[in-house]
Design a protein around this ligand. Structure first.
Ligand code: FES
Length: 81
């Protein structure tokens, strides 16, 4: 199982972490990755200026918005599984 942590700290919350979570959940369903990717919430992971921060299983931090969430998921999460 690959764990993807989405920051729900205050900066990321304000920039839309809950929307990013909803988009990622829908993509996991769309691509049937329920047994492969686990989404977790995290508190501030120290990259507030590039919120919404998402930490991949290998500790790479991705800067996600609701506009680029689908692209990032496909190209930087799914593609790296
Ligand atoms: S609040 Fe998300 S990285 Fe700081």
């Amino acid at each position: 199982m690959k764990v993807v942590k989405i920051c729900i700290g205050s900066a990321c919350h304000l920039k839309g972490s809950y929307q990013v979570i909803e988009i990622f959940k829908a993509l996991i369903e769309e691509f049937k990755l329920e047994d492969v990717i686990e989404l977790n919430a995290a508190f501030c992971i120290g990259r507030c200026t590039t919120a919404v921060s998402v930490a991949r299983w290998d500790d790479k931090i991705l800067s996600v918005s609701k506009e680029n969430a689908r692209d990032i998921f496909i190209n930087q999460i799914m593609a790296e599984l």
